[in-house]
Design a binder for this molecule. Structure first.
Ligand SMILES: Nc1ncnc2c1ncn2[C@@H]1O[C@H](COP(=O)(O)OP(=O)(O)OP(=O)(O)O)[C@@H](O)[C@H]1O
Ligand SMILES: [Mg+2]
Length: 165
């Protein structure tokens, strides 16, 4: 087992529905400028997690994998935005720089699949979520916060899921 600290929490999911429910908890807490990184192998459940996240946030748009266009946008009825980025197909850092993460962050929430591909471009402060395939429908999820905003987010999730720290 990894060493857990006050900036880290772990979940165990036994189904896609459970992964979506955990995503919903987080989604309900998000606001423009937040950065959520989702790391994990193909099929680990990143997009499944984003489906719940967008639902909990209140998206009126359906979530899909941003395969060819790299970035999907989801709207809330009041005009708020989520940018859902999938960096898997990015070939180079210059190509990644063209994405202009800063202007997305000024306008909405930023969710990034395959954040390893954007090394150096992601703000220092972020919530980093690692999903691991354990077996069939079992997934291990680890949330790691860096920065006060994300420590606060983790506290909120701890409260809502476990009823306190
Ligand atoms: N506990 C679970 N949580 C999430 N997904 C699960 C779980 N158990 C089974 N699955 C299945 O695993 C697959 C996860 O696919 P998903 O597209 O979410 O992965 P991904 O991490 O986004 O992959 P990619 O890197 O290709 O974008 C889905 O078919 C989902 O139904
Ligand atoms: Mg995906």
């Amino acid at each position: 087992m990894p060493i857990l600290d006050s900036h880290t929490i772990e979940f165990f999911s036994r189904s896609p529905e459970q992964t979506r429910r955990i995503g919903m908890r987080l989604g309900g807490e998000l606001k423009a400028g937040d950065v959520i990184c989702l790391q994990g192998n193909l099929g680990a459940g990143k997009t499944t997690f984003v489906q719940g996240l967008a639902q909990g946030w209140g998206s009126i748009d359906a979530v899909s994998s941003p395969t060819f266009i790299l970035v999907n946008e989801y709207r809330r009825a009041n005009g708020n935005l989520i940018f859902h980025l999938d960096a898997y197909r990015l070939e180079s850092v210059p190509e990644a720089e063209e994405l202009d993460l800063d202007s997305m962050l000024a306008e909405g929430v930023l969710i990034i699949e395959w954040p390893e591909k954007l090394d150096g471009l992601i703000p220092n402060d972020r919530l980093w979520i690692n999903l691991e395939h354990v077996q069939e429908e079992h997934r291990q999820m680890r949330f790691n916060a860096r920065g006060k905003r994300y420590d606060d987010l983790l506290d909120g999730i701890r409260q809502s899921m476990f009823g306190g720290a």
